[in-house]
Design a protein around this ligand. Structure first.
Ligand SMILES: [Zn+2]
Length: 376
């Protein structure tokens, strides 16, 4: 599927908007085609992918029919989403090639090994690979909503109107969710995040596996590490872009449709490094020990946070809840995360019944350590 993504030599100069759409369309159409020829054919269903010409950053997943009938699924992305994400990534490249290498960043990331930095690829390869990592992650996020039939789940458990469509867009507008509807929305967003992150990591592992490469060597390990860094940066850019004007500070309980970018990262990043840790299949492909792996992922995410917030924050007055510390450090873990875990336990039984496809490891999961802390 993503076999063309991870090389380090590309020559695309002065990318215009049409080229941006073309790059994404090529990869996403190929993924859709593979799913239709595989799992959807087995289920007697269909997956469509299309674009919408809306002047806003938006993507949605539509499931027509009910969970008992073969899946009739559609994923739609706006051209503006593709364009904006690409331009964000161009901006990140400039930031990472300048301010990230200077004070005060040197001091802030002093204890990181490795320090967050762009891989040694050419500029176009960096931007294109980060862009495709981000846009593919969005596609898989929508697919996560579909395979777990989150529209149905929200209508049953969220006390809302029956809806066939789940939308991810830059702004909540006036429709601010509260109470049970907000909790079910947050938990299904996190479940789609975990599915998307798992899918992207498995693609990365597959690409660098001995079946795909002639030889796993130091050069292929460096390529793996560089592309992992760009993937985490791409996912982080998506979280900040989609957050739009919503709250950045953590709230005591779920409110609105989506969790904050930091909370989404705090759940996704451990999913990445646990999947790639020394006991997993990824280690022999990337060669990093646990501490290097964790530093690379957290450094990538925080560097994007700094890029995003740099115009608004002073280095001596970084907001208290800006850093990716982990769910266990969340100031509201006994209220926010308690509600999320309780709701997940409630809906997971139904999701397991109606889920169309997907590995168990792509399901949202909470550690016993977190459960003990939250319910103590
Ligand atoms: Zn979503």
């Amino acid at each position: 599927m993503l076999s063309k993504l991870y090389g380090n030599r590309m020559n695309i100069e002065n990318v215009n908007d049409v080229e941006i759409y073309r790059i994404a369309a090529g990869v996403l159409s190929e993924i859709t085609h593979d799913f239709n020829g595989g799992i959807y054919a087995k289920l007697g269903g269909n997956l469509n992918f299309s674009w919408v010409d809306k002047k806003m950053v938006t993507a949605w997943a539509e499931s027509k029919g009910n969970p008992d009938s073969p899946p009739n699924h559609e994923i739609i992305l706006s051209y503006e989403l593709a364009r904006q994400v690409y331009r964000d990534i161009e901006g990140y490249y400039e930031f990472a090639a300048s301010a990230l290498l200077e004070e005060p960043m040197i001091t802030i990331f002093n204890s990181f090994n490795p320090k967050p930095q762009l891989p040694d690829f050419d500029k176009k390869a960096i931007i294109t690979n980060m862009y495709l990592g981000a846009i593919t992650w969005v596609f898989f996020h929508e697919l996560g909503h579909l395979t777990q039939e989150h529209g149905y789940i929200r209508s049953i458990f969220g006390k809302g109107e029956p809806k066939t469509r789940i939308e991810d867009c830059e702004s909540d507008g006036e429709k601010k969710l509260e109470g049970k509807a907000a909790t079910i929305s947050h938990v299904t967003e996190l479940a789609a995040d975990v599915y998307a992150t798992y899918s992207c990591i498995m693609e990365l592992i597959r690409h660098f596996s001995p079946e795909q490469l002639d030889d796993v060597n130091e050069e292929s390990k460096k390529l793996f590490q560089g592309n992992l860094y760009l993937m985490v940066c791409g996912i982080s850019c998506i979280f900040y872009r989609f957050n739009g004007e919503r709250l950045l500070e953590p709230h005591e309980e779920p409110i609105g449709s989506h969790p904050t970018p930091i909370r989404r990262l705090e759940l996704c990043i451990p999913n990445i490094f646990e999947r790639l840790d020394v006991n997993g299949t990824g280690h022999k492909l990337h060669g990093m020990d646990r501490s290097v792996l964790v530093n690379l992922c957290i450094g990538a995410a925080e560097s994007v946070g700094f890029f995003w917030l740099w115009p608004y924050i002073h280095p001596d007055a970084i907001p208290e809840h800006f850093f990716v510390k982990g769910v266990l450090q969340d100031p509201y873990k006994t209220s926010y995360w308690k509600e999320i875990i309780e709701s997940w336990d409630e809906i997971k039984v139904e999701i397991n019944k109606i889920k169309r496809f997907g590995n168990e490891r792509g399901l949202l999961f909470f550690t016993d350590e977190l459960r003990d802390e939250v319910f103590s």
